[in-house]
Design a protein around this ligand. Structure first.
Ligand code: GDP
Length: 254
């Protein structure tokens, strides 16, 4: 697998903040990798598996924080962004709409967002809400990969059938399918591959525009450049994603 040589090591994971909207997000100095899926998809377990037990899961499952955009600074060089799940039933309608809007704004407008890990349950047949969400990501040129969770749960054949059914549903949107990963929080399947995605993306950021570690003295304001030409996920530009076949029309507001 191409990512083997650039697996990112996680030496520290520090909770930065919980943001209710785009304006409350931290500065754009670090590349960000966001994780999202329906509630119960296995996101907390996956984040634990990726980053080690502890702070991530504690913050992300604390009541009141599950609907906020949670930022963690990883190894002082990148941010892990834990996005609220879509399709959650809890909370007043108005509130969930507000948070959906915040997530949509984050996904569409965050310039230092490098890649979204869209989580899907490998134990389920394609779910309409997941398909809609992936369509939305595609239509809005958000760089993403698909992560099928809980592969240890059923039989491998069931998981593969569900993955094949999902990819068959979305295949028509792309010249080339997005990357697909199989993960299990129980067996740690997929851990190196996901960390490889992050490592490879960080490696692909041109050196001269690489963000300074968070500990460095802040630059005087006039010297602050837009951090880097983000939106990079293995060379994919946000504006023109060569994998996407056609512009999907009829935007559905999230
Ligand atoms: P979240 O709501 O997306 O954060 O999902 P959780 O991480 O809380 O997981 C939801 C349920 O699925 C819990 O009962 C987990 O124990 C279970 N689960 C999550 N990941 C896995 C996995 O990789 N394998 C198995 N067998 N169960 C999992």
């Amino acid at each position: 697998m191409a990512h083997w040589f650039s697996i990112v090591n996680i030496s520290s994971a520090i909770f930065d903040r919980s943001a209710p909207d785009l304006d409350s997000c931290p500065d754009e100095s670090l590349p960000e990798f966001a994780f999202i899926g329906r509630s119960n998809v296995g996101k907390s377990s996956l984040l634990n598996m990726l980053a080690g037990k502890g702070i991530l899961a504690r913050v992300s499952t604390t009541p009141g924080f599950t609907k906020l955009i949670n930022f963690f600074t990883m190894s002082k060089t990148w941010r892990l962004v834990d996005l609220p799940g879509y399709g959650f039933a809890a909370g007043a309608k108005q509130e969930s709409a507000r948070f959906n809007k915040a997530v949509a704004r984050y996904l569409k407008h965050r310039p230092n967002l490098c890649c979204v890990f869209a989580l899907l349950d490998s134990g389920l047949v394609p779910q309409e809400i997941d398909l809609e969400f992936v369509e939305w990501l595609t239509r809005n040129s958000v760089p993403f990969v698909l992560v099928f969770t809980k592969t240890d749960r059923g039989t491998p054949e069931e998981a593969e059938a569900n993955i094949a059914a999902f990819t068959a549903r979305i295949a028509g949107w792309f010249e080339q399918l997005p990357e697909i990963f199989r993960c299990s929080a129980t067996t740690a399947q997929g851990r190196s591959e996901l960390l490889g995605v992050i490592g490879a993306t960080l490696d692909a950021i041109p050196k001269e525009t690489k963000p300074t570690p968070a500990t460095a003295a802040p630059l005087p304001l006039e010297e602050v450049e837009p951090p880097f030409s983000m939106k990079v996920r293995a060379g994919i530009q946000r504006e023109e994603n060569p994998r996407v076949k056609k512009k999907l029309k009829g935007a559905r507001p999230w």
